[in-house]
Ligand binder design. Structure first.
Ligand code: F6R
Length: 245
């Protein structure tokens, strides 16, 4: 695992967007999985800007949405789907056959999980996964206590995720469960990036990098990803003893 510290959120986002861009240039049929949320928001915007300016051919590219909030319809701007559609899929004109999302309204989420796992295998695995990190150390919706051996699954959301998750919505919303790729997917991805910015994430980053790997703080798993990169800004790095770049 490598640690990279950038000056601020913009610098961090630019480098994260460069990672995706370089991958897709070198491997046009790359499979990329992204989290939604505040951490990768600017990365998505910068990626789209660059892909459009440089007229990159994305026709073979596959995009996978990391997770979804069960019961939140795609037209709700707090849903992960809304984030992915508005920030990535629509501006890049990606076609239905090249984008894969969990269905928040599915009547059979277990079957959807199997279908997602199958897609990932058929595509040859995930080349690059970029995740944020929750205030409770979650990655995707792999909440504290999750098994490290899971592929896609439905999970009860932690109280912290339910509370913090309100920030994505215009008004209070009832959140209960998430549907998410598992930590097995994360670990099997050819490259894994954890992104975090801001002082509010400093303690979370300190724990993720310094605690023994444990499923009560799932992000600690990044420590053993051989192609793992923790990309953070200076504020998020402020509780680490030594910064590298
Ligand atoms: C969302 C997701 C979550 C977020 C995490 C951090 O798709 O997978 O794990 O990445 O909660 O959220 P932000 O980036 O909003 O701080």
């Amino acid at each position: 695992m490598e640690l990279k510290v950038y000056k601020d959120y913009t610098d961090l986002s630019r480098h994260a967007a460069d990672e995706i861009f370089a991958l897709v240039k070198n491997k046009p049929d790359a499979v990329v999985c992204l989290a939604s949320g505040d951490s990768p928001r600017l990365t998505c915007q910068l990626l789209v800007e660059r892909a459009i300016n440089e007229k990159v051919n994305l026709s073979q590219f596959t995009f996978i949405g990391l997770d979804e909030l069960v019961g939140i319809p795609p037209e709700n701007e707090g849903s992960c789907r809304f984030f992915f559609e508005s920030l990535v899929v629509k501006p890049l004109h990606l076609l239905p056959g090249q984008v894969y999302f969990f269905n928040a309204l599915s009547e059979n989420p277990a079957r959807d999980c199997e279908a997602m796992d199958k897609v990932i295998v058929e595509k040859g695995g995930i080349d690059l996964i970029i995740v944020g990190i929750g205030m409770n150390g979650h990655i995707g919706f792999n909440e504290p206590g999750v098994s490290f051996d899971n592929y896609s699954h439905v999970i009860d959301l932690d109280e912290s995720t339910i509370t913090v998750g309100q920030k994505y919505f215009k008004g209070p919303v009832k959140l209960k469960q998430g549907i998410t790729l598992g930590l097995k997917h994360f670990m099997e991805s050819k490259k894994a990036i954890v992104m975090a910015n801001g002082r509010k994430k400093a303690e979370v980053i300190r724990r993720a990098l310094n605690e023994k790997i444990n499923n009560q703080f799932p992000a600690t798993i990044i420590q053993k990803h051989t192609q793992g990169v923790v990309m953070i800004d200076e504020e998020a790095a402020s509780l680490l003893e030594k910064e590298t770049n």
